[in-house]
Design a protein around this ligand. Sequence first.
Ligand code: DX5
Ligand code: ZN
Length: 228
Amino acid sequence: MDLRPPAPLLAPSLLSADFARLGEELRTIEAAGAQVVHVDVMDGRFVPNITIGLPVVESLRKATALPLDCHLMIVEPLRYAADFVKAGANWVSVHQEADPHLHRTLAAIRQAGGKAGVVLNPGTPVETLVDLVGDFDFVLLMSVNPGFGGQSFIPRVLDKVRRLDALRSERGVPFFIQVDGGVGSKNAADLIRAGADCLVAGNAVFKAEDPKAAVASLLSEMRSGRTA
Ligand code: DX5
Ligand code: ZN
């Protein structure tokens, strides 16, 4: 059984987009071949920044057919996780550091019909997931400290990707590995080669001179990581 998705996926992060032109930004990345839309939800408590919530997700749902991937950087994620699925999210991920009852929260996301993900901050080891394998559909490894776009990539995440990939093979359970923060053309192929399946990119897409070309070139870098 293949434990990884057939092709690597790019999930541009709307955090770096122009919030007054979200519909247009969605059309640009969709036309360029991005397969997923990453939506960063921050509450000003788990992270020091406040972004967007359920009403925006409802509007995004009407504006694109791409899967919406909601990364919840909020305290007490169980209170809202299923509501994000109801608002139109296809994937919902919650931080391990924000939730003492992850098993329950992941089950609530799945029960609402979403794909359930666990997010690990740079300092949280992948080994803490050993007893949850099978209860999540994906793991998001942060390669920056969450809260802001445009930060520098923390290279130690590459080792975490390899260790998580090894855990996946050892258990024989399919889940996908996502990486978020400081991703760009310099590290995309290496991350895929290490075992990542889905890369989030904010500034590398929306702050590029030509976002469409940026998506195309990231996707081609990523594919080279799967063939090399
Ligand atoms: C950071 C967010 C990221 C962010 C990535 O807390 O989770 O999704 O938007 O932005 P870049 O790719 O610019 O680091
Ligand atoms: Zn994110």
